[in-house]
Ligand binder design. Structure first.
Ligand code: HEM
Length: 327
């Protein structure tokens, strides 16, 4: 993986810099390298489609109102159809095979599986990539945090250049970086969990939730609750999850992996990938801001798409990347 970065231009957008190795890993590990040879093109389709999620949900004709997003969706559906017709899943991940088998058990076949995987695809990519972006952004823009995270990264990687050969469990072996990533998932969050009420219920003895109605629970409400997270709940604190003292927040106060029957099955895989890629990046390269007189500027958050959990940065962060002397 180091080589995927080593020969990229020295001056480029941080998001692009992260995206190249992550996309190639995700497509090759979850699907199969043979079928998804152009990860960037697939990602572009998923991104263009996801931008218009709300309009698709209205039921208005998308091919007339958002033709670019519609064409993007159909391209990625087609790619999945070909993938399933060619039995690409046989060399893909166990998760992809299991999902196909379960869907078939419930009578869902062919094109419908392709369409379901298309939606999952944007859940997977569009949450994972911004989580990786913000994790690396917070680490490299804070000198002390970078110093401490680098110590962890060097001990964890032990000179390896490919994350497959990583010796241990990233979340346990990179505690400070894992805490930073969890804080990213707490703070850079948008979206709302949507649930159907199965039976009449008085919430807190106060609010009647009627059977068959839908409720939406915005993630940001529990995530910034001072009763759970303490007086600095509004601030980003990379060390929050490595501190032992104080009362632990209620598990439901952290919604970034969802919960209940829909709990994210990628919640083990995603941190391992993000943390190992981040570890390789900070261990091997010096990264500095390229357009803002050497100062890191917060790129702002694009909260316009409620369909995704982790928000995208609003502005581009251009960086200068050079190999560290010892690597
Ligand atoms: C940082 C990255 C990720 C975040 C923040 C994230 C977040 C979420 C959330 C909030 C849900 C909805 C849960 C609910 O409705 O309660 C979900 C569902 C899902 N996620 Fe993830 N996810 C991430 C990465 C991944 C990855 C890498 C995979 C695949 C390997 C994945 C596969 C899925 C699937 C298949 C579902 C649907 C589960 C179901 O309804 O049965 N996710 N994810």
């Amino acid at each position: 993986m180091y080589f995927l970065w080593r020969y990229q231009p020295e001056f480029m957008g941080l998001k692009t810099h992260m995206r190249i190795p992550l996309l190639s890993k995700i497509f090759s590990e979850l699907m199969s390298p043979r079928e998804f040879r152009r990860p960037q093109a697939n990602y572009d389709c998923i991104r263009d489609y996801a931008k218009q999620t709300l309009l698709f949900l209205t039921g208005l004709p998308p091919h007339l109102l958002v033709p670019k997003a519609f064409a993007a969706r159909e391209r990625i559906v087609k790619a999945f159809e070909t993938y399933f017709e060619n039995k690409g899943y046989e060399t893909g991940s166990e998760m992809t095979r299991a999902r196909r088998n379960i869907l078939q058990t419930y009578g869902i076949y062919g094109q419908d599986i392709a369409r379901m995987e298309t939606v999952n695809g944007f859940g997977i990519l569009l949450n994972l990539l911004p989580t990786a972006f913000w994790t690396i952004w917070h680490i490299i823009s804070d000198r002390d945090l970078l110093k401490n995270a680098r110590k962890e990264a060097e001990a964890y990687l032990q000179g390896n250049d490919d994350w497959d050969s990583g010796p241990g469990k990233a979340e346990e072996d990179l505690p400070l970086m894992a805490s930073t990533m969890r804080e990213v998932l707490r703070c850079h969050v948008a979206g709302a969990a949507t649930r159907m009420v199965m039976e009449d219920h008085f919430l807190n003895g106060k609010y009647l939730l009627k059977k068959d109605s839908m409720i939406q629970m915005p993630n940001s409400v529990p995530h910034f609750d001072k009763n759970e997270w303490g007086p600095n709940a509004d601030q980003f604190d990379a060390y929050r999850f490595v501190r032992q003292e104080g009362k632990k927040p209620h598990p439901v106060a952290f919604r970034s992996w969802g919960g209940g029957a829909n709990l994210c099955p990628g919640r083990v895989y995603a941190p391992r990938l993000i943390l190992t890629v981040t570890a390789m990046l900070i261990r091997s390269f010096d990264i500095s801001p390229a357009e803002t007189n050497g100062r890191w500027e917060h790129p702002g958050q694009d909260t316009s798409n409620p369909a995704i959990v982790v928000v995208q940065p609003q502005k581009r962060t251009m960086v200068r990347v050079s190999p560290r002397e010892s690597f």
